[in-house]
Ligand binder design. Structure first.
Ligand SMILES: C[S@@+](CC[C@H](N)C(=O)[O-])C[C@H]1O[C@@H](n2cnc3c(N)ncnc32)[C@H](O)[C@@H]1O
Length: 222
């Protein structure tokens, strides 16, 4: 991952201030209706995208994880959790001829998923929906800690394992201090082995972020 230059750091500071100012203004009682105006919402969304893309872990995702995923020879992947700053991801996979299915529990978040292959669902109940039989990878970044607790993840791990063939990739991105370490969840380690994947380490941590990326491969049941 490249180190940010001073201009990039200043840019990130600018978007961070904008993002934090928006959150503060939202709490001012007299400004509530102003902050709910559609134009303000669109502006805040653009600020959010710039802010998130400047974070150390997101730069790693964009510059290191994505190229590795795009070059892995996958045919089909499942991307869980859609936000404005991930809206570019489904189209990028599809352009590389990788079928990208997206899913989110919130109906509104479908706007940032793949218009042709999006499922509104709780990931724990995804099997109730019509889906291809297998995916080469499930990308589960930022969902643990943002809707899915450690306890819920323990129940979700077997569901994700059934979507993957032996050797299939499960990428879990999570935050230390926010949610349990997935390696401490017995169903995760029962179904998956924690492994370096391609040129990437089994676990990637960051100096200035609590975010962690963990690579797991679906165990072979035999
Ligand atoms: C912090 S965002 C992470 C977005 C994205 N995956 C990423 O790489 O940053 C968390 C997303 O997970 C979704 N989510 C939370 N709980 C979920 C669940 N049980 N099933 C499916 N999606 C869920 C939220 O609606 C939200 O869009």
């Amino acid at each position: 991952m490249t180190r940010p230059c001073t201009a990039t750091r200043l840019g990130h500071l600018f978007w961070t201030l904008g993002y934090k100012a928006g959150n503060l203004l939202e709490r001012v009682p007299g400004l509530k209706s102003f902050m709910r105006r559609p134009a303000i919402g669109r502006l805040r969304q653009r600020i959010l995208v710039h802010y998130v893309n400047g974070l150390e872990d997101r730069r790693y995702w964009n510059q290191t994880e994505m190229p590795a995923l795009l070059g892995a020879g996958f045919q089909r992947i499942l991307f869980v959790g859609c936000e404005p700053y991930t809206a570019w991801i489904p189209g990028t996979f599809e352009e590389c001829e990788i079928e990208c299915w997206t899913t989110d529990i919130l109906p509104d978040n479908g706007q940032w998923g793949n218009p042709d292959r999006h499922i509104v669902a709780d990931i724990a109940a995804i099997e109730a929906h019509p889906l291809p039989e297998h995916f080469d990878a499930v990308l589960f970044n930022g969902v643990m800690g943002y809707g899915v607790t450690g306890e819920m993840m323990a129940a979700i791990a077997p569901v994700l394992a059934r979507l993957l063939p032996p050797g299939g990739l499960l990428l879990i991105g999570w935050n230390q201090g926010l949610v349990e370490d997935p390696l401490a969840l017995p169903t995760v380690t029962q179904w998956f082995v924690h492994r370096a994947w391609r040129e990437l380490p089994a676990r990637q941590m960051f100096a200035r972020s609590t975010h962690v990326f963990d690579h797991f491969l679906r165990r072979d049941p035999s």
